[in-house]
Design a protein around this ligand. Structure first.
Ligand code: MIG
Length: 862
């Protein structure tokens, strides 16, 4: 009873009486509509798997272009070879299905069959195995004649993945596929999941849901992606299965039966893509080739973002800007405005009392170097005096019940709302144009919330599954459109923004999404909590999102619901420096959650870490570029570099960021040290330059001011001077931090803002470090540089900082050391040889050198 009263009290406080009224009445209205459209409501319980039908015996097979059609007693398989390591499996029980149509209708696929280059493969009969084999240059797909089950094998005949009972379907609509789990198999991916790294042993639903703050182990939440990565055989085998079906579905990774992985959906086609690695790097490359890559964001998106629900009125926002720039001198690039900026939660409007002159206000903030991102929800307030609503009704853009007339209304923040049908290209275009209202006053980017879509109710709810959608003209129900609704909303925004601001990189953050969403938008991990558990949870969540192709994401730093302590916030911020989206955000009733909110010592530490983020911008930007090019995540699991290291398969309290860094965030209250696992290779402690030889478990100091952080030997890490925001002034010098060892590093540069990079205006600088010996047998470190691309950055100098140069001769040491190197020689092109004097700064060798002045440098021991 008390709980109920509390619930009512909270709901009234948060929503207001009117919205509460709509929410309560909606519970009844919902029933009424269900009764009215009962012939459209699906009521059959999910059939038991034992009632599913199976392919059965193979009758014949026939090659058609890049596909093989295999007719079985119970249906037809079409296996399509897109690449030697990418095979599409389409199973059609009825004979009316067509994989080409399925592909055309897929919201996930960015590269259709016709765009893949031709690919050789052979189809043979294997009589001894009684099977048919399809052999590419990378793998074999074998189908057994007796039961029509598939196995994917490597060229040496070892199992990568193999059907258990295989494909299945039920005449009422459901489809499924059961596969064997290999003994030492680990599973990753599946989008945004509130679980640890290895997903094995549980069942996960595919149905985007607003959990209204989630708990560890709650499933599903905002953003599901039906791509599963498997890793087994001591790391020798790695692959992905992408199940291209948007209906409510699941992946069962051994919960029902520990030896069986199954996936399925309540309707739609049984169509999946098998992608072979074995390296996960190859899996991600192929998966993002298929579903699209992350666009390069404008550089300011990589800066620090400050948000809360909500900064208002205008004076509060001004104060916040002043606090950053004049009072606390903490760098920041962007302030986010949550729903209070709107006029009574009407999207694309301003509350004139809170923000009387938005254009002027945003101008002033731009002057001070801030960008502004505003939130947008999909629900459009039912209000005939509101131009977006009126226009939407005139243009007929809102979702309807199956009679094709009755508009669907559901309660969200403004009370009852209509919902645009983003699966209609005409509606997307209409919606995209609406952003002009906000870009005209200077808003820089958009944050799409509530687009699961979320509708108020007692439990997490959404539109009824029988609501009609356009589905690109072919018609469909919400049951099919639901999972792509958020992604299509983001697409509408981005396509609109590209028209509104041609040549610029659109900024769109989305809460919900689906396979392929990465090509339109980035995300944040929704409504987490201010707790130590959630601090940790950000790590596996980000890693699995990156492994699902959605690399550009980040948690609400400090946590969303409940209150953060100074310590928790600082620990979260330290970790956030190495996460792609670096934004602090918190809910409406929480206390202030800004870098200075807890006073000292937190403020100084927070400032120092945000400054570190700004120093690392050229490094992080390079990681974004790598992701953009090849789908490599930015935050990576430890097995990324050495898939055979079994220690790393479930390790989810540390992560790699880009090529050089290993971060081991402190996840425990009051910690003063922490255990870190260092994989094979030599690692430098970022703070002390101390060297470690992996694989090793080490304990390092981790007082409040210290994020345990390591740099791989052989890396060159570029750094910029600290600025209060991106573009505060021109970068006059780039520091190159050299960590002696053997390796190649890259630095990517462009204008950070326009799409000129796509026409070649970028520069890649490759740094190669090699260790060796000179004629006298003294150790040397060679540092070579090579550049590509037409972009010419404005700065003239590099400052080269050699870390622990002593380490080169001595191997791993304890503690910082004085180095033996006192001179360095730089060779320019041709004969010219110049000697540079190295300076010693805090035990590090520093050298300033003109940008154009060297191709190769040699550091010699004295
Ligand atoms: O029902 O706009 O996840 O970041 O602050 C809550 C208010 C709606 C949920 C988002 C959160 C945002 C909040 N929104």
């Amino acid at each position: 009873m008390f709980k109920l009263l509390w619930l009512i009290f909270r709901a009234t406080r948060e929503m207001g009486l009117r919205t509460l009224w709509y929410t309560v009445t909606y519970l009844f209205r919902k029933r009424w509509y269900r009764a009215r459209f009962k012939e459209h409501v699906q009521t059959q319980p999910a059939p038991a798997l034992s009632d599913y039908r199976r392919p059965g015996q193979v009758v014949n097979h026939e090659r058609r272009g890049r596909s093989v059609a295999i007719t079985c007693d119970g249906g037809i398989y079409t296996l399509t070879v897109l690449a030697p390591d990418v095979i599409r499996v389409y199973f059609d029980p009825t004979g009316d299905g067509d994989p080409a149509v399925a592909e055309m209708q897929s919201y996930a696929i960015a590269k259709p069959e016709a765009d893949w280059p031709p690919c050789e493969f052979q189809v043979t009969e294997n009589r001894s195995e009684n099977s048919i084999e399809l052999r590419t240059a990378r793998l074999v797909c074998r189908i057994d004649r007796a039961q029509g089950r598939l196995a994917f094998l490597d060229l040496d005949g070892r199992v990568i993945n193999q059907d258990e009972s295989g494909a299945g379907w039920h005449p009422q609509g459901p489809v499924a596929c059961q596969k064997q789990i290999q003994e030492d198999e680990h599973f990753y991916g599946l989008g945004e999941r509130a679980f640890g790294l290895d997903l094995r042993g549980r069942r996960y639903a595919n149905w985007n849901t607003d959990p209204r703050t989630y708990k560890l182990g709650q499933d599903p939440i905002h953003l599901c992606i039906p791509v599963l990565l498997g890793l087994h055989s001591g790391g020798d085998q790695g692959y992905a299965i992408f199940f291209d079906n948007t209906f409510r579905g699941y992946f069962d990774l051994g919960e029902r039966d520990p030896g069986v992985m199954s996936f399925g959906a309540e309707d739609g086609a049984l169509c999946y893509y098998f992608i072979y690695g074995p390296a996960m790097e190859n899996v991600l490359d192929r998966y993002t080739e298929l579903t699209g890559r992350t666009p390069l964001p404008p550089l300011w998106m990589l800066g620090y973002h400050q948000s809360r629900w909500s900064y208002h009125p205008e004076a509060r926002v001004r104060q916040l800007a002043r606090d950053f720039r004049q009072v606390y001198h903490v760098p920041c690039d962007c302030i986010h405005l949550d729903i209070h900026y709107m006029d009574d939660y009407r999207c694309f409007t301003w509350n004139s009392r809170r923000f009387p002159n938005p254009a002027k206000k945003i101008d002033d903030l731009h002057e001070q170097g801030f960008k502004i991102i505003t939130i947008i929800d999909p629900g459009i307030k039912v209000d005939h005096d509101y131009s977006v609503c009126r226009d939407g009704l005139e243009q007929d853009v809102f979702c309807k019940y199956p009679d094709g007339e009755t508009l669907f209304k559901g309660p969200v923040w403004p009370g009852d709302c209509y919902f645009p049908d983003f699966t209609d290209p005409r509606v997307r275009e209409w919606w995209g144009e609406l952003y002009r209202e906000l870009t005209a006053v200077g808003v820089d980017g958009f944050w799409n919330d509530m687009n699961e879509p979320a509708i108020f109710g007692l439990h997490a709810t959404t539109m009824p599954s029988f609501i009609s959608h356009d589905m690109e003209g072919r018609g469909g129900r919400h049951a099919e459109a639901h999972n792509v609704y958020g992604m299509q909303m983001a697409r509408a925004a981005v396509e609109g923004l590209k028209k509104i601001r041609p040549g610029e990189r659109p900024v769109c953050i989305t809460r919900s999404g689906w396979a392929g969403v990465q090509r339109y938008a980035m995300s944040w991990t929704g409504d987490n909590r201010s707790s130590w558990t959630h601090l940790w949870l950000s790590v596996p969540m980000l890693v699995n999102l990156g492994l699902s192709g959605l690399a550009h994401t980040g948690p609400d730093i400090g946590g969303y619901s409940r209150f953060a302590t100074g310590e928790l916030f600082t620990r979260w911020l330290q970790m956030g420096v190495f996460m792609p989206f670096f934004r602090s955000h918190t809910f409406v009733h929480s206390k202030d959650q800004e870098p200075w909110s807890w006073g000292e010592p937190y403020l100084t530490i927070n400032r120092r870490y945000i400054e570190l983020r700004y120093r690392l911008l050229p490094y992080l930007y390079t990681a974004f570029w790598q992701c953009h090019r090849t789908g490599q995540p930015i935050v990576r699991p430890l097995f990324w570099d050495d898939q055979r290291d079994e220690e790393t398969y479930t390790l989810d309290d540390q992560f790699l960021c880009g090529d050089a860094f290993l971060a081991a965030p402190v996840l425990e209250k009051g910690a003063t040290e922490r255990q870190v696992y260092l994989p094979e290779g030599t690692w430098y402690d970022f703070w002390t330059d101390e060297m470690y030889e992996g694989p090793a478990h080490v304990t390092v100091e981790a007082g409040l001011e210290r994020l345990p952080l390591f740099v791989r030997a052989g890396s060159v890490v570029p750094m910029w001077p600290v600025m209060q925001y991106v573009g505060e002034r021109a970068v006059d010098q780039v520091q190159l931090h050299v960590y002696p060892g053997d390796g190649e590093s890259v630095m990517y540069e462009d204008d950070g803002q326009t799409d000129a990079f796509q026409a070649g205006a970028s520069r890649r600088t490759y740094f190669t470090l090699t260790t060796g010996a000179d004629e006298q047998g003294e150790p040397v470190l060679n540092f070579a540089r090579r550049t590509e691309g037409a972009y010419e950055p404005a700065y003239e100098d590099y400052e080269i900082v050699v870390h622990n140069p002593h380490g080169l001769t001595q191997g791993p040491t304890q503690g910082p050391t004085q180095g033996p190197y006192h001179s360095a020689q730089a060779m320019t092109e041709g004969e010219r040889r110049e000697a540079y004097q190295l300076k010693w700064v805090e035990g590090r060798a520093c050298l300033t050198i003109g940008k154009r002045a060297f191709d190769r440098l040699t550091f010699r021991s004295g």
